[in-house]
Ligand binder design. Structure first.
Ligand code: FES
Length: 148
């Protein structure tokens, strides 16, 4: 089956009931999306399907079809980070860092849909992405900064 990830087409064989997260990590070696809970509750596995945040542990790889999958690796580049990535760097948001790829992808999806979100909209959009280090105030500040 063909799947497009970060601008590259991959031809891969996988079981019909394989979640996208496993395909990305185990079959394609793309490790930005993280396994946290496996039941759609933590947001560590967040990636984009056509620019919209989804939980990769809750999407069957077989259902992705022609949609473009984007992971943190494909959001920006080292030389030209995405504005959300740049804001995360500027404000040193990450502490342990485990949840941060998912946080960044969720924030980028929010700004795709709502370029200038209110604090309430930020909190609402980010509420499903958990952080054990409680970096929430820096996350909110970074989303505001990225919104410019
Ligand atoms: Fe997918 Fe937690 S690992 S939401």
């Amino acid at each position: 089956m063909r799947i497009r990830v970060n601008g590259t087409d991959h031809e891969v064989d996988f079981e019909e009931d394989m979640p996208l997260l496993w395909l990305l990590r185990d079959e394609l070696g793309i490790h930005g999306p993280k396994y946290g809970c496996g039941i759609g509750q933590c947001g560590a596995c967040t990636v984009h399907l056509d620019g919209v945040a989804v939980r990769a542990c809750q999407v069957w790889a077989a259902d992705v079809g022609a949609a473009e999958v984007t992971t943190i690796e494909g959001l920006g580049t080292e030389d030209a980070p995405h504005p959300v990535q740049q804001a995360w760097i500027d404000l040193q948001v990450a502490q342990c860092g485990y949840c941060q790829p998912g946080q960044v992808m969720q924030a980028a999806s929010l700004l795709n849909e709502t370029p200038n979100p209110t604090d309430a909209e930020i909190d609402d959009a980010m509420s499903g992405n958990l952080c054990r280090c409680a970096s929430y105030p820096r996350i909110r500040a970074a989303v505001r900064r990225a919104a410019g």
